[in-house]
Write a protein that binds this ligand. Structure first.
Ligand SMILES: CC(C)(COP(=O)(O)OP(=O)(O)OC[C@H]1O[C@@H](n2cnc3c(N)ncnc32)[C@H](O)[C@@H]1OP(=O)(O)O)[C@@H](O)C(=O)NCCC(=O)NCCS
Length: 142
């Protein structure tokens, strides 16, 4: 049995795996400490993807569940990439009952635009209106 299962049950999340991927292998959260990851999970809607009971994929949504959401920390473990699991995960995110009718759903991606475009994400309509405070290497500063 090799069915891919997606769950939003926080109790099922493999926090060690998520922390390990983000801190050691992600391009965006390298060096993040486990306590900060745990806090981020507690305050987010988290989607875990499981094969044979083992977590192989993850996505995290920060939202007010009414008007706005932001999608972050999306990953599929390297051996399982290219099999449509990120697409399945994204389909679950977009279909989630608490994420309907939002006026704006944002995300940032270095190179996976093709994945998110399939779900209606585009470059910002008015980039000149968007501002941010961003410190890309924050967690590597020790
Ligand atoms: C990006 C990532 C989540 C994709 O996972 P995946 O399971 O391999 O993706 P899928 O097999 O579900 O791909 C689904 C579709 O998205 C497209 N896609 C996936 N990754 C892509 C990428 N980097 N660039 C462009 N398109 C991509 C695939 O071509 C596929 O298109 P198709 O439906 O036309 O065949 C995975 O490569 C990953 O974990 N990367 C490292 C972490 C990362 O960069 N996350 C993104 C942060 S925003």
């Amino acid at each position: 049995m090799n069915a891919f299962r997606i769950s939003t049950d926080p109790a099922e999340l493999d926090v060690g795996l998520i922390h390990r991927f983000l801190s050691e292998h992600s391009a965006w959260a390298r060096g993040i400490d486990r306590v900060r990851v745990e806090r981020s999970l507690r305050h987010s809607l988290c989607f875990g993807g499981y094969l044979d009971g083992r977590q192989i994929a993850f996505a995290r949504v920060i939202s007010d569940y009414a008007t706005f959401a932001n999608l972050v920390d999306v990953f599929v473990l390297p051996p399982q990439r290219g099999r449509g699991y990120a697409r399945d995960l994204m389909a679950a995110v977009m279909a989630h009952p608490q994420l309907q009718g939002l006026r704006r759903f944002t995300l940032a991606t270095a190179d996976a635009h093709g994945l998110y475009a399939q779900f209606g994400f585009t470059a910002p309509l008015r980039p000149q209106t968007l501002m941010e405070r961003y410190v890309p290497d924050l967690y590597q500063r020790g």
